[in-house]
Design a protein. Structure first.
Lengths: 502, 277, 460
């Protein structure tokens, strides 16, 4: 009986328990005992795998060696992670050491190692590489290499599993679908490896020729090992797959319960508010307020983190209690909101919400806001010449005479008007988004806005590129570049053709 | 087999086609692109043919010229110098006459410069004043006067004195700021009624219209060289090459609710010049 | 042909001149053609310009436009602007020829800049060609002036803004600034006379001066014969090249046609200066971004980067545009004009040079040239810093700060780098040419050995 390994295992248990005691001493809540159980289970598995009776058997038989490996990779490694070593460490050491550990956990090497794609790939490479390279054979003949091989398997498995076991600080948290994919993708990989070993017509590791006695027995042993990997490995992975799916289900159910609780709470509050409101505001507004609305859910999901659950605003987003309908419609239909990053300027893009969702959201916000409900009405009847004059007088200074926009200082951009619809242009004129000044009906009448919008439409649609490729319509800058690069460039090429090098 | 001369002939033929395209596109009014394509093919064909001919179908030879044209040999130089000096000596016999000659030419030259003065008016006081006067109403480009309620907070318009719409020196940018934001100095407290502020639109750097208004930051930006003026601090330049604030127009509200100026600008508008201060 | 030659000789006695001229040697190096490229661009400009001149109306009187661009119908505009819009949009071949003309202007000055760089870096301005350098620099200035006056003619919003800036720069000259501005423009900006005066300058005065300067430039080159690079059979006393007739004439005509073709291609497919979009000039309107044509870009950059110095001295003002718009260009062009004389003084080399340097033969000149070029390039790029700010999403104010640093740092870095590289190249060249040979003799014993006296630097 080897005494080194039991001693090591006992020592690691002792350290672990000591850390647990320190953790309990420092923290308000004691360390979850299930983690301790996992650690104990891992030690038991390690003992079973690496001690007799499995150890001497594995010396002579590929099958039992494979069993060892499977226990290490698919049982011991996940158990190790389930024992929450990092969380334990961070919670039990003092603050300075915890800081050092935290620095390590945010360092680039760590983040590289724990990156799921890398971890998965590394695990796969180690599996295949170990079996189809001299390493395996060498491990069989050299004890030191054998220890290294086991450590390599155990380590790469830990890396593999850490991507989906999310206990404690995680560098690359993956959502449940991704985790499912991650595990699911490992199944064919291990199956193929097992299959390759099973179907091989050669004895891959000469060592077993000696221990098994004959070629036929060694081959049969190898096939058995391959089959074990294929089937048992697949089963174990499948079990993990089911566990992740079950965890996902639990998570979704808990999330649903929480949301329902929130909504229930609000329902009660709203009921009270509705009764009051009905007596003050009148039916129309309250109908919108009391009806269960998709808008409310959408707001909760997409907007409340920056604008506050009650539209009160926060450090990341302004108060919406006085926002006008035009503003909400403008920001949502141009895709500026919901903003993924609260930055200095939200640029237009594909709207993240569907038109139906936008309608619902607008309805919800306006039911809470005391801002104006006015809408813009634009059509194709604006006067083109008046629109042009108004555009040059009020808009071209920032947006350019060609409507292509440009920088207006401090990193703000007057956007290119090409991608805006006429309604959005009219809304922007009225509300003045960002640093843009607002032009209200006293300044520019509805007819005048209609004229401007007509002209912008012409700028967008009637190709003013009567002269050819417009080079972005930003003027002499692009023209100068084309003159040098294309014009002079071509001509210099001709010079090189005609002239000599001497 | 494409011999060289055949290839060159082909390019010339293409060129003819290009010219034909140009002529046809012109006659049938197919537009500048097809006309241009024809012209391009025509010229490019000619160019390719000529270059191909020059490089491939003419006997290539090199000639050597000697550079012995200059400087000339010493005898010739001496002779030239001597000829020049002989003439000068001859003229120098009545040396004082030469001085009179040059003096007369000089006087003529100076006198001839005088008509240049007709090119422009007297410098005068034109740059010191605009068309703004006491009581001049602010009007928009289409002539409509501006009432107190016409501009929303955060809006801007370009205005002129009534009767002088379009006058370049008088162009003024009218802004409405949230009440209480304007930091007016002692003598300008009455210049900004109801949050209205008016500044000369002519940039004090190089004269471009300061047309960009960053409403939420209360700053005016000039697009030519990116000078930024802080509106709440009397249009002081806070960035860019402008050195002086935009002159401010003193505003008041007439009894009938229209905005009008209290007087002309109190300093010359626009870019600086030698006699400015 | 014979009759032509005989007829000319009967009347003018030119036979010997003709014979010499037709066999004159023209070196074939490709970089010698840049000057010709500029010349052919000028010819295209004149040809298209003559045509355009028939359609342009230089009056600033109000006019109405009722052509194909409906949006402009009710816009008050000057007759000058209306005539150019009509030419562009409602006249056959009008837009094509106008675009070719404008592209030719851009390429013209680019070719001059390229040619000037070639002359500088090969030392072709040295004695006896200093005079031609001066003529050439004058041509550059005249060409830039012709371009500026030309694109200001249509009286559109973009070029009018540039005219306003030019007026302010003129105004900023101490003592006489106001008078200069009033005399040039005819009063307070904007004036009714401006377009007419620009037209006269652009179609008569400047082309005449350019043509005259080009004639002098070419005459000097003809008389002095072209320079050439070092090579086998080339000395300071000869010039080797293709004969003018037919070889070089064909090549040159081919190049001219290629230039014309390129300009025609640009004018056919690439829109340039779409003034119907900018609209007529209004002193109180502006469009962003606002840039001049590229060759004025360095002045624009200087004005943007220029610090906000406005010096008030004894009741008088020297405003900021003076330093960036007058002093800087004066110093810049002054340095360029005087360069041949400065270099002669510095190198103490007053010898005539007919053979050209390779840039690496004169590291100091190359380094200084690279630094000056870098300076001009940074200024030109800075002229469009707001466009770059928009593309890169960097605040314009940061671009200005960055370019100010770059203006100081890049010329130093470029100059030093060019200098070092030139030194390296020169050193490498001298190493790779072994200038001594070793003689090998057969010894009596039968082996081979080197003759001791022939080993450079002594035995082994």
């Amino acid at each position: 009986m080897n005494y080194v390994l039991p001693a090591l295992l006992a020592a690691s248990l002792a350290i672990y328990l000591r850390l647990v005691r320190k953790y309990d001493g420092r923290r308000a809540q004691p360390f979850d005992r299930r983690h301790v159980a996992a650690f104990a289970a891992m030690l038991a598995v390690l003992f079973a795998a690496l001690e007799p009776p499995l150890e001497p058997l594995s010396d002579g038989s590929f099958l039992y060696h494979m069993a060892q490996h499977l226990l290490l990779i698919y049982v011991a490694a996940p158990l190790f992670l389930l024992s929450a070593p990092i969380a334990l460490l961070l919670g039990s050491v003092g603050t300075p050491n915890a800081h050092r550990i935290a620095t390590l956990l945010t360092s680039r090497p760590w983040r590289f190692l724990t990156f799921p794609v890398f971890a998965w790939s590394f695990f796969t490479v180690v599996m295949w590489g170990a079996h189809f390279s001299p390493l395996y054979e060498l491990a069989l003949t050299n004890p030191a290499v054998h220890v290294f091989e086991h450590a390599l398997f155990f380590g790469s498995a830990i890396l593999f599993w850490q991507a989906i076991v999310h206990i404690g600080p995680v560098a690359w948290p993956m959502n449940f679908p991704l985790r499912i994919v991650y595990v699911f993708a490992a199944m064919p990989q291990s199956a193929f490896l097992g299959l390759a070993l099973y179907q091989s017509k050669f004895v891959l590791y000469p060592h077993y020729l000696a221990t098994q006695g004959s070629f036929a027995q060694a081959l049969a042993d190898q096939r058995a090992g391959g089959a074990l990997m294929w089937i048992l490995g697949g089963l174990l992975l499948f079990a993990v797959f089911m566990m992740v799916a079950a965890a996902w289900g639990r998570y979704e159910r808990r999330l649903g319960e929480r949301l329902d609780a929130q909504l229930d709470a609000r329902k009660i509050a709203l009921l009270a508010a509705t009764i009051c409101a009905l007596t003050i505001l009148g039916p129309a507004r309250c109908r919108a307020a009391s009806a269960p609305s998709a808008g409310r859910d959408l707001f909760a999901v997409h907007c409340s983190s920056c604008h506050g659950v009650h539209l009160e605003g926060s450090a990341n987003g302004p108060n919406l209690r006085a926002v006008s309908r035009m503003t909400v419609e403008f920001y949502l239909t141009t895709g500026r909101m919901p903003a993924s990053v609260p930055g200095i300027q939200n640029v237009a893009g594909t709207p993240r919400l569907s038109p139906a969702a936008i309608d619902a959201l607008v309805g919800f916000v306006m039911s809470r806001s005391r801002g104006s409900n006015a809408e813009v009405r634009v059509d194709n009847t604006g006067n083109l010449q008046r629109g042009r004059a108004l555009f040059i007088a009020n808009c071209s200074a920032c947006h350019g005479a060609t409507g292509k926009g440009g920088a207006v200082g401090y990193g703000w951009l007057a956007p290119n008007l090409e991608i805006a619809t006429v309604t959005q242009v009219a809304q922007a004129v009225r509300i003045g988004p960002g640093v843009m000044p607002a032009f209200d009906p006293h300044t520019l009448s509805d007819a005048q806005v209609n004229d401007v919008v007509r002209y912008v439409n012409v700028l967008q649609t009637d190709p003013p590129q009567r002269g050819g490729i417009a080079l972005g319509n930003i003027g002499p800058v692009a023209e100068g570049m084309v003159a040098w690069l294309l014009g002079l460039g071509l001509i210099v090429l001709v010079c090189r053709l005609i002239g000599s090098d001497a | 087999m494409m011999t060289r001369s055949f290839a060159i002939a082909l390019t010339f033929a293409c060129s003819v086609l290009g010219s034909a395209l140009f002529a046809a596109a012109y006659a049938a009014n197919w537009g500048p692109h097809l006309e241009g394509l024809g012209l391009f093919v025509s010229l490019a064909g000619l160019a390719a043919g000529t270059i191909g001919w020059a490089l491939g179908a003419i006997a290539q030879e090199q000639v050597v010229d000697r550079r012995d044209d200059y400087p000339s040999d010493p005898a010739a130089r001496a002779a030239a110098q001597a000829a020049l000096e002989r003439g000068i000596d001859e003229l120098d016999r009545h040396g004082f006459l030469l001085k009179f000659l040059f003096g007369a030419f000089g006087a003529f030259g100076l006198a001839a410069l005088f008509p240049l003065r007709s090119l422009g008016p007297n410098f005068g006081t034109g740059l010191y004043k605009t068309k703004w006067r006491k009581g001049a109403r602010l009007v928009l480009e289409d002539g409509t006067p501006v009432r107190v309620s016409d501009l929303a907070v955060g809006s801007m318009m370009t205005v002129f004195p009534d009767g002088y719409v379009g006058d370049a020196s008088s162009q003024t940018v009218l802004l409405r700021l949230p009440p209480g934001t304007i930091q007016a100095s002692e003598d300008r407290r009455t210049w900004t009624p109801h949050g209205y502020a008016a500044f000369s639109k002519v940039c004090t750097h190089a004269g471009c219209p300061v047309g960009l208004y960053l409403a939420s930051k209360h700053e005016l930006l000039c697009p030519c060289h990116q000078s930024v003026f802080d509106v709440v601090a009397q249009a002081k330049p806070i960035s860019g090459p402008a050195a002086r604030p935009l002159p401010q127009l003193p505003l008041e509200i007439a009894d009938d609710g229209y905005l009008q100026a209290q007087s002309d600008y109190t300093e010359p508008i626009g870019p600086g010049f030698w006699q400015r201060s | 042909m014979r009759r032509l030659v005989l007829g000319l000789d009967d009347r003018l006695g030119i036979a010997p001149i003709l014979q010499k001229a037709l066999r004159k040697a023209f070196p074939d190096n490709w970089s010698f053609m840049f000057g010709e490229v500029a010349l052919y661009c000028f010819l295209v400009l004149v040809a298209t310009g003559v045509y355009l001149g028939f359609f342009f109306d230089a009056s600033t009187a109000p006019a109405t436009y009722r052509g194909s661009d409906v949006a402009l119908h009710a816009t008050p505009m000057s007759a000058a602007y209306a005539s150019v819009v009509r030419l562009s949009l409602d006249t056959r071949a009008g837009l094509l020829l106008r675009q070719i003309h404008h592209w030719a202007a851009l390429v013209f000055i680019a070719a001059i800049a390229l040619h000037m760089s070639r002359v500088f870096f090969t030392g072709a301005f040295r004695r006896p060609r200093e005079l031609n350098w001066i003529v050439g620099m004058t041509l550059l200035v005249l060409a830039m002036a012709a371009g500026f006056t030309g694109y200001s003619l249509p009286d559109d919003l973009l070029s009018g803004t540039g005219l306003r800036i030019a007026y302010s720069v003129l105004l900023s000259v101490p003592v006489v600034g106001g008078y200069l501005a009033f005399l040039f423009f005819g009063g307070i900006f904007p004036t009714a006379e401006a377009i007419g005066r620009l037209l006269f300058a652009h179609v008569f005065i400047l082309p005449a001066l350019i043509a005259g300067a080009v004639a002098i430039h070419l005459a000097i080159v003809w008389r002095q014969k072209h320079t050439q690079f070092r090579g086998p059979g080339r000395t300071e006393q000869n010039v080797v090249g293709s004969p003018l007739w037919p070889n070089y004439a064909m090549k040159s005509i081919g190049l001219g046609l290629a230039v014309a073709a390129t300009l025609a291609g640009l004018g056919a497919f690439f829109q340039i200066n779409p003034i119907w979009l900018y609209g007529p000039y209004r002193a109180y309107d502006v469009s962003a971004p606002a840039q001049p044509d590229w060759y004025i870009g360095w002045l624009e950059g200087a004005l943007r980067l220029g610090p906000s110095w406005s010096i008030d001295v004894a009741n008088h003002t020297i405003p900021a545009p003076f330093f960036a718009g007058i002093l800087l260009p004066a110093a810049f062009f002054g340095l360029l004009y005087l360069w041949p004389f400065l270099e002669r003084r510095a190198t103490r080399d007053g010898e005539p040079h007919q053979l050209l340097d390779r840039p690496s033969d004169a590291p100091v000149r190359t380094g200084i040239g690279a630094a000056v070029l870098a300076f001009a390039v940074v200024l030109t790029l800075a002229g469009s810093d707001d466009v770059q700010a928009g593309i890169l999403s960097i605040p314009v104010q940061s671009m200005v700060t960055g370019y100010r640093w770059l203006l100081v740092v890049l010329p130093i870095v470029a100059g030093l780098s060019a200098y070092r590289i030139a030194c390296e190249l020169r050193a490498r060249r001298s190493i790779s040419q072994p200038d001594a040979r070793v003689e090998i003799v057969r010894t009596e014993a039968g082996g081979f050995d080197e003759r001791p006296e022939s080993i450079p630097g002594g035995r082994r």
